[in-house]
Design a protein around this ligand. Structure first.
Ligand SMILES: [Zn+2]
Length: 239
């Protein structure tokens, strides 16, 4: 399949753009101004050769060419993950609308997840991209109405938890799961929450054991909701 390698290269380019979003969205810096990427330490504008996905990071050995500052490993990781997910998506569906919907789910999940880990917030723009992807997906699968009901119920249930738990869950999680649920049906939504909780536990338990976290540590739920939803939609529950 010729489309898979093309999807991977497109994923690398988009992953590079997602790094810009991850840095700029929570800092409220415009996405288009400054037009070119800059080093967050010395503010030097980066040349195209400093911006080649993954390759620049490897060639520069993870350091800024101008000031030598350490570049976060997040940059090549986001690029590699986007490329991998875009590549895998081609094998998960042979329908172009579904492919767009999956790319939206994975892209918004990566950007929102990375921001949620650092800032405990999920940008509204990523909730919107997820909702559009979910709408396309369920419409194309012939269960748009059921998914709208699922989303309304999911939003309501999470809103209740948000109101009762007081800071146990952020409002961003409520909005984000409402959007994710547009990909889902009632039963697959329950499975998604279950998988999200399990994956969050798998992440937290080792941290509790080596004391890098305690019972008061706040763990972002957004990335795990994205993982749970992504797995759940491929378990193919049609109810
Ligand atoms: Zn620099």
């Amino acid at each position: 399949m010729i489309i898979a390698p093309i999807a991977m290269v497109f994923g690398l380019v988009m992953g590079s753009f997602y790094n810009v979003l991850i840095y700029r969205l929570p800092r409220k810096i415009s996405i288009i101004n400054p037009k070119w990427s800059f080093c967050p330490v010395c503010n030097h504008t980066l040349a195209w050769k400093d911006n080649v996905p993954i390759l620049s990071y490897v060639l520069l050995k993870g350091k800024c060419r101008y000031c030598g500052a350490h570049i976060s490993l997040r940059y090549p990781i986001v690029e590699a993950l986007t490329a991998s997910l875009f590549f895998v998506s081609v094998y998960l569906t042979n329908n172009v609308v579904n492919l767009m919907a999956l790319w939206m789910l994975f892209s918004a999940g990566l950007v929102a997840g990375a921001i949620d880990f650092e800032y405990m917030l999920i940008p509204d723009s990523m909730v919107i991209v997820t909702a559009i992807g979910g709408g396309l997906w369920s419409w194309n699968h012939g269960h748009l109405f059921l998914s709208l009901m699922t989303a309304a119920f999911a939003f309501g249930a999470f809103l209740l938890i948000y109101l009762v738990s007081k800071n146990g869950m952020g409002f961003g999680d409520v909005e984000y799961f409402g959007a994710l649920a547009l990909f889902l049906t009632p039963f697959s939504a329950v499975i998604a929450v279950l998988l999200a909780s399990i994956s969050a536990l798998v992440f937290v338990i080792p941290m509790l054991f080596n004391h890098t976290a305690n019972r008061k540590t706040r763990v972002p739920f957004g990335p795990f909701l994205a993982i749970g939803t992504s797995i759940s939609i491929f378990l193919n529950f049609h109810i």
